[in-house]
Design a protein around this ligand. Sequence first.
Ligand code: SF4
Ligand code: SF4
Length: 405
Amino acid sequence: MEKKFFEKTLEDYKDQVWGCARCNWCQNHWGWNVKSAEYSEICPAFGEFRFFAYSGMGKMHIARALLEGDFDYEDAPELAEIAYLCTTCGACEINCQRLQDKEPLKVTECLRAKLVEDGIGPMPAHKGLINSIKQYDNPWMQPRAKKASWAKKIKLKDASTEEVETLYFVGCTAALDLSLREVPQNTAQIMLKAGVDLGIFGNQEICCGSPVARIGDRKTFVDLANRNLELFNKRGIKEIVTSCAGCYRVLKFDYPEVPGTSKIEYKVYHTVEYLDHLIKQGKLVFTKEIPLVLTWHDPCHLGRHCGIYEQPRNVLSSIPGIKLVEMERIKDQAWCCGGGGGVRTAFIEFAVETAKKRIGEAMKTGAEGIVTCCPFCEQNMSDALAQMNNPLKLYDITELVMRAI
Ligand code: SF4
Ligand code: SF4
């Protein structure tokens, strides 16, 4: 029987790492789509550090060398840093699979899990995040009591005691970062206006586990997955909507990959998917015009990791007045914001520099603003805009929907 991902080790990828063709497709924007040399690269880590070890290909060869005993941790003190200077954007994997059928991102995640197991990883800065999750059930060192403070003025059902048709799983970042407070507020109000029977777990919502899954702390991740699944099943949750690309990915694709978990009974949607359904069903009607020229940033964990590309574009195109202009690298070839995979926690400069490159690309379109729907992308890009002193506006898609209804 095929092993589940969270029980696989580097050994399970032995054939793949030997089979890597060193073709470098994992570093570049897919050939037929390239419009300019400036935007021809796809791997933020290789783009920044200009050495093969940092690319998907490099990590395949590091894994091979470790498996074969060609080198050990003593020979390569930079090894952990190289493994963690990767945003887990998945661009290497999607491009490799077009020609070579290898999985450099999965290899990187197994490499991280091995480093954690051997006491080499994660990075020191990740330890605070892990401790916070263990102590407070969120990575932001915030007491549980604050998890629902965004909802004080909104009449929402308590899904931990009342029957609800749809659970709004807010996610730690949208719920606890004060600068993102309008994201859950707008989302909940839009859903209520559309007649959705919506509830939240409030102070009882616990971290989905995405940050620890991506940095290779499998033990903490499996524990969170089991606790969440137990709560969903106990409350009979059949439908979940979430604001966070990271939560969406783990609820949809990672929980089923945890060995021995209880049955997955729910369907999960990201907000943009749900909004697209509501518009198509005639439950959300736009009455106001928003005369803006905007460009869409595809969050990696929503786009490449989960295949959600058209729904946010449908939503934006349905709003009267909005003109959508596209960047050179979009959809499965989009350039990462730089914030994922634990990079923003451990290597903030690399994270923000990567976001600056995305903002430069957005500006080339002539758009007045950049729209996205991932709290992590928003945190990282707003830091980049501030450092650049750049007047380009950054919108969460729910702000525009709220203004148009
Ligand atoms: S990981 Fe895939 S795309 Fe990258 S060099 Fe190896 S075979 Fe080529
Ligand atoms: S996941 Fe992204 S950052 Fe990491 S090696 Fe692959 S392309 Fe580069």
